[in-house]
Design a protein. Structure first.
Lengths: 378, 592
């Protein structure tokens, strides 16, 4: 059985159009990211995510109203998977926020002479130092009265106390119970990430991408000619940007799993590029003297059947995940699928033409510097 | 068929059998044990046949698939460092007074940069004080002088040391809490320089966990009762249900053992339940954990201490340190200092009770119980009989324990991920089904498209799947949901290698080569392409492994194992079978 027989398509001839379209798309996505940004998940933005299953089912709007009525601040509610399954996201991490911190401070100052007071909204901690001893229970009661839940008041020194505000997630169950009277639900998953941790995770994720590309580039430079390196790099960047576009346009959550997708795409993209490069290298030896664009065209056409089959088969293996995956795993499969297609495209239209371009420049340089190289036949 | 072929066949058969063998404990844990016992290593050991690999080589499920809590605790390093700087500042003030250099006033610590500022009372003495401080307090650097004001700040090295110390302290406290709680299979690890990561499989109530871990435990000194015969009499009058589980020991064998008789058990909860109500108030029974030597320092068994009422709270400590070298009698020791109020209480407690044991209790655990040699007021030392590296480890632990009473390192929760057990079950069902569906589609496609060669590739693919699972089991890695995604993707990549080979063989046949030559050329030419392609994906996987956390790492683990397995199955295994067809049976055509 054959899907594709022998082909003779002029890929290289269309490289300018392809490069143009790709550049426009890439720039558009990058501008889009700069303007709209990603819809960062709690992994990166910090915040609280709770997955809840209601039985009997209800609507997202009702859940949202109930949550607000119960005292949650600006929850985002999203239906996911089976009916009755919802994800609630809240930006606030602890119950100490801009609105109630002032009230909490005033309450604390009311308890005695305060030497110093520092508040950290990121971690929900208030450090307070009095001039004389104060009952920790009184401190707790005073802060709770201002609307901020308190997990604990600890004594740090002689007259030093630390107030630990309660997390947002702690409030979800009680808020939903009071806001949606009579509703039966089960909390299936809670993700809570502090903003500092979130920032760290994001930096680490970006660093992982940069390191991976760097190491792969070193490997390519080592295994192939230096001329091939930049093409492979640009193709990788192209694919990463295009797949980021998926998260930008669909507004799906960009989180740790998305970074994993991007890294896999990097691996896949280079994989595909290398198969074609390998063939170009082989045919450069076989057809010595032929102009490079022609050789590349032959190489791409010869490997076309393989290229399409491979992408197809890898895509097929994702079908199960696409059908049965919910939430993160669906996004993983969908973004991977897109990545496989752009990865295949970029190997043909981005990585290979760049080799020609670099080769042309090399010849131009040789010619202009009047090198001793043998004159090339026109 | 040359000898080489048979050697390869032997290797492949060995690998296949090894794979199946390696999967035996996983098979038993998933299909023979009840769901509730899935993580119970003891039960697994009992059902495993004698020839199976040890029970620890089983595929365990990640928290996302079996339900559980993953949390990251954040140590409030800023507060911890400020507290330490404040302590040093007060030591500077008393040092200057004791050396009669003059008097320092208004010690202030800026919490932003931990800079300590003093005002010198008599400006004439400023030079001498400055010199004295700089020479004595070498962990500080002079930052500036403005008239009679001296400001000093912690230098980089000691800042780092204090950070590590504060993190160790927080780790110790969390570990004590969890040990006490007795959750099986907890993983606790440092993360960066101000975080601690904890995994609690099977737990589902984050509020309960937060309460247990989040609240800081108390340190105290409490007298050990001189007569613990209560343990012996309760053991004879109402013996425990299982006397092998709770044992009566007449006298201990190590320096830390409670004064005999005492009770001993591997199960803290059972031990405490047994003694509950059997000791007359106000005496209390607390446990001491006998630790395993080594980095994990798990509790091997628990021993009971009977404690009297007289005590001194640990927050009256001023500080403690371990010099790391023996005193002039050749004994290692930990020195500590008390605050004025603490010195008074300590003096009362120790003065009347010389020769008795004083328990150092952190969070209801008796960490150590040295005997009182003489009255202790504002400072004292604890000597211990251990030698060498054991003494160093013990001294460090003891000083950290004491320090944690004097200097808190407050912790807050930085990250919590909770997965309910029902969601976990659903995910594993769906995940497995999705993976199997993907596999089935690929297998079917290969067989239809490449016929016999496709079937050969399918055999390799199934073996590859087995190898990934066996590899995860052998490395003791856990299978997570992203791990399943990585598994599926790797199968796709493994098939890619066979597509490359088969396409190449087709080309060679189209070029007019014989079946034999075409197969040989196909494999040889495709090898380096496949190799390069695998190595690059492997690089991405390794980077993910080393930089990633949690879910990403699970993905990377199965990707890496899968890539290595794929090199073997899609090149060596398929070539062996194909060679058998074209060489062994001398087929003139090859079915691709």
């Amino acid at each position: 059985m054959h899907i594709i027989g022998k082909t003779n398509i002029d890929f290289i001839g269309k490289r300018k159009i392809a490069l143009f379209i790709s550049s426009v798309l890439n720039i558009a996505i990058l501008v889009g990211i700069a303007i709209f940004g990603f819809n960062f998940g709690v992994d990166f933005a910090g915040g609280t995510l709770v997955e809840i299953k209601f039985s009997p089912s209800t609507t997202a709007e009702q859940v949202r109203e109930g949550a607000v009525k119960g005292g949650l601040q600006e929850p985002q509610v999203q239906a996911i998977g089976e009916p009755g399954n919802f994800i609630l996201r809240m930006g606030g991490v602890t119950q100490l926020n801009e609105e109630n911190e002032k009230a909490a401070e005033t309450a604390l100052r009311g308890l005695g002479d305060v030497t110093s007071i520092t508040k950290n909204l990121d971690t929900g901690l208030i450090n307070v130092r009095y001039k004389a001893a104060v009952d920790p229970e009184a401190i707790k009661a005073a802060v709770v009265a201002t609307g901020t839940g308190v997990t604990q008041v600890s004594k740090l020194g002689e007259f030093d106390y630390q107030v630990k505000a309660e997390g947002m997630a702690a409030k979800v169950t009680s808020a939903l119970k009071s806001g949606l009277a009579g509703a039966e639900f089960e909390v299936r998953r809670t993700d809570y990430v502090g903003p500092q941790v979130g920032k760290q995770l994001r930096n680490k994720g970006v660093m992982a991408l940069v390191w991976a590309m760097l190491f792969i580039l070193i490997y390519v430079a080592f295994r192939f000619d230096l001329k091939f390196g930049p093409g492979a790099l640009v193709a990788m960047l192209h694919d990463v940007v295009m797949v980021s576009g998926y998260f930008l346009i669909t507004r799906r959550e960009f989180n740790l799993t998305s970074i994993a997708v991007l890294l896999t795409i990097v691996g896949y993209s280079i994989n595909d590029t290398i198969v074609i490069y390998d063939r170009i290298r082989e045919e450069m030896v076989k057809y010595k003297g032929k102009p490079l664009p022609e050789i590349i065209n032959i190489a791409i056409n010869d490997t076309l059947s393989r290229t399409i089959l491979t992408s197809g088969v890898t895509a097929l293996s994702l079908v199960g995940l696409l059908i049965f995956g919910v939430g993160e795993i669906f996004d993983f499969a969908a973004a991977m699928l897109l990545g496989i297609f752009v990865g295949t495209y970029s190997s043909v239209y981005i990585a290979s033409p760049l080799v020609i371009w670099l080769d042309d420049r090399e010849h131009l340089k040789e010619a202009s510097s009047g090198s001793t190289a043998a004159p090339k036949p026109a | 068929m040359d000898r080489n072929w048979y050697t390869r066949l032997g290797v492949i058969l060995a690998v296949t059998l090894g794979t199946l063998w390696m999967l035996v404990p996983s098979y038993y844990s998933f299909f023979v044990l009840d769901r509730a016992d899935r993580n119970n290593v003891e039960k697994l050991k009992n059902v495993l046949p004698f020839w199976a690999p040890p029970a620890k080589y089983r595929l365990s499920l990640g928290l996302d698939l079996q339900g559980g809590i993953h949390l990251v605790m954040h140590v409030d390093m800023k507060t911890a460092l400020t507290k330490r700087a404040e302590r040093r500042a007060s030591q500077m003030v008393s040092w200057v007074a004791s050396k009669k250099l003059g008097e320092l006033e208004n010690p202030e610590v800026d919490p932003e940069n931990n800079r300590v500022t003093f005002t010198v009372k008599d400006p004439a003495t400023t030079d001498a004080i400055e010199k004295g401080l700089v020479d004595t307090f070498t962990d500080f650097k002079l930052k500036g002088r403005d008239g009679a004001k001296i400001s000093m700040a912690l230098d980089e090295g000691s800042l780092e040391g204090m950070t590590t110390e504060a993190l160790d302290m927080a780790l110790l406290r969390i570990r004590e809490r969890i040990d006490k709680w007795g959750v099986a299979e907890v993983q606790i690890a440092k993360l960066g320089n101000d975080q601690i990561q904890i995994s609690l499989p099977g737990q589902s109530d984050p509020e309960q966990v937060k309460q247990l871990i989040g609240e800081t435990g108390q340190l105290e000194f409490r007298l050990v009762a001189t007569d613990s015969s209560a343990f012996a009499s309760m053991y004879t009058s109402t013996p425990p249900a299982d006397t092998t589980r709770i044992r009566l020991v007449q006298s201990g064998t190590t320096a830390d053992s409670p004064p005999g008789p005492f009770l001993e058990s591997e199960d803290r909860k059972a031990l405490l339940e047994y003694v509950a109500g059997k000791v007359a108030a106000p005496q209390r029974v607390l446990t001491h954990c006998v630790k395993d030597v080594g980095p994990k320092s798990k509790c091997l068994k628990y021993q009971t201490y009977l404690l009297d009422t007289q005590s001194v709270p640990g927050d009256l400590l001023k500080g403690a340190w371990f010099p790391g070298s023996p005193n002039n009698q050749g004994q290692y020791y930990v020195a500590f200092e008390m605050q004025p109020e603490g010195a008074k209480q300590m003096g009362e407690l120790t003065g009347k009770n010389i020769r008795r044991q004083m328990g150092i209790i952190l969070d209801d655990n008796v960490m150590s119980a040295p005997s009182i040699q003489s009255e202790i007021t504002d400072s004292g030392t604890i000597t211990f009989g251990r030698m060498g590296s054991e003494a160093k480890e013990y001294g460090k632990l003891l000083s950290i324990t004491l320090q944690s009473g004097a200097l808190p390192a407050p912790v807050s929760i930085g990250e919590i991920r909770v997965v309910g057990a029902s969601l976990g079950d659903e995910l594993i069902k769906k995940g497995t089904f999705a993976a199997l569906l993907g596999l089935a589609i690929v297998v079917l496609f290969m067989a239809l498209y490449y016929k016999v060669s496709g079937l050969v590739a399918d055999v390799a693919l199934v073996l590859n799947g087995g190898l990934i699972l066996a590899g995860l089991a052998a490395f003791g890695a856990t299978l997570t949901l992203p791990g399943i995604a990585g598994f599926v993707l790797t199968l796709g990549i493994a098939v890619d290698a066979n597509v490359l080979i088969n396409e190449r063989v087709r080309e060679e046949i189209a070029a007019g080569k014989s079946a034999r030559a075409a197969v040989d050329a196909g494999y040889d030419r495709a090898f380096w392409t496949i190799f390069d392609a695998h190595v690059t994906t492997l690089i991405a996987g390794l980077v993910l492994m080393f930089t990633g956390t949690g879910p990403v790492r699970g993905f990377a683990t199965s990707l890496i194992i899968g890539i290595v397995a794929s090199l073997f199955t899609s090149i060596v295994v398929t070539r062996l079978i194909t060679t058998y067809f074209v060489h062994g049976r001398n087929a003139s055509t090859v079915s691709v």
